[in-house]
Design a protein around this ligand. Sequence first.
Ligand SMILES: [Cu+2]
Length: 285
Amino acid sequence: MQWAAVAAVLLVAAVADGADLAHRQQAVNRLLYRIYSPIPSKFGDLKSLSSSFDPRAHTSHCNDGGNAVNHLMDEYEAGRLLEQHHWFSLFNTRQREEALMLVDVLLNCEDFDTFVGNAAFFREHMNEGEFVYALYVAVTHSDVMQDVVLPPLYEVTPHMFTNSEVIDKAYAAKMTQTPGDFKMTSTGSKKNKEQRVAYFGEDIGMNSHHVHWHMDFPFWRHGDEIDRKGELFFWAHHQLTVRFDAERLSNYLPLVDELYWDRPIKEGICSQHKLQVWRRVPHTS
Ligand SMILES: [Cu+2]
């Protein structure tokens, strides 16, 4: 009974703040809507926040006194941030630094309004890949965004999970307003025996799980910030690699050989992904 009363009070407080779960969820969904285009005007509040919100004016709502915001704004105002419509890789040191600056900003927001204001502003002023990565990590780890469900990344960046043939068909379907059902085949040909296990390596669900797992336990976080970080890293990857070996054995293939940095790689892979930065999704918003 007491718990119910406490829960009711918390709910009322959250709703009064305009930050009930439904609104927080809607904001995240909208922030991720067609990320290579500006926020559409039909998302009124979010659209106006993206141009009217001044990150430096809200530092009193940041747990770190605004250090992270001021640092990122210094980089932005000096024109040092990666442009939009440019590829993004987490393994590019500078690009990772920029994405982590935004993670730092978002994780230091002490309330929803500050979080969503900063997110809307930087969505329009930072590289899209950096933004998406930072938002996913921040929503995953922020108390402010607790219980918000992130859409699977294959819905936000499908080109990273499917080959260009499927994406091209999807574009054509959208352009002609003709619903379609497209089958994705593996990337290689039967001549390459590694193709026998392509169903595993190219499985969308498995790849989605893998990337989300890495956001739960980012490699760039220090061991003292995540309990049992190394153990969990080993466990998850061990599960993946032994399952892959099991699939190989079932397909008359040898176990995966050790990786030698100084020897040529015999079995290469051409993912046939097309980077979204070269083209846009046609839309009518
Ligand atoms: Cu991994």
